[in-house]
Design a protein around this ligand. Sequence first.
Ligand code: DC
Length: 233
Amino acid sequence: MKKKQRKITIAIDGFSSSGKSTMAKQLAKTIGYAYIDTGAMYRAVTLYALDHDMIHDDEVDVEALTAALDDIVITFGVGKDGASFTCLNGRDVEREIRSMRVSDKVSLVAAIGAVRRAMVRQQQAMGRDKGIVMDGRDIGTVVFPDAEMKVFVNASAETRARRRYDELRAKGDTEITYEEVLANVQERDHIDSTREESPLRRADDAVDLDNSTMTIDEQNQWMLDLYNKCINA
Ligand code: DC
């Protein structure tokens, strides 16, 4: 009889638009694990804050947002096409959370300690039974420091901006320029890696992946090979 494969926790961290979500999603599908995009959770909180008038220019009303955290319920659904989408209090917000309106402010919201603590708690609960692929910035360092497989993904800011730009154009955003996207990517890199609360940092035991010149198929194969190594370790 075939031995039942043990389940592990897989943490994938890296800079914005490094392609980690695409890889994480594909790996989860291939090995039959749940996939959680934690960036989407911070984006959903940001959308809530914007819609409730809690952000003015670059100032977040931290007190109001902290008081509202218990009213913000983030879940993930799976569409008919098999693609997962993010829900904020039961409403599908997948499209809205990817807009520049949200991208422009999300780093500010993700830097708030109370927001991070609430999200980390939810993420740890989601991964309690293992068998999960989670991507973000602090998964291998804070959320699951004991994860059996940790990957740190990087690519140049220009490569990442080009990817995000192509994505936005494909979704019908014809206003945006490549320079605007590059500036947003660089600004987020800066805020994400210099903030006081869980800055983006590579876990000491993470495996590095620079995918600047890799095709998607090559990245998927790389992930699967590493998974097979970790599962048999
Ligand atoms: O991966 P993304 O671009 O969708 O992430 C959106 C923002 O959320 C980004 O500014 C970094 C932040 N983030 C975070 O601080 N911690 C995570 N675990 C995931 C995302």
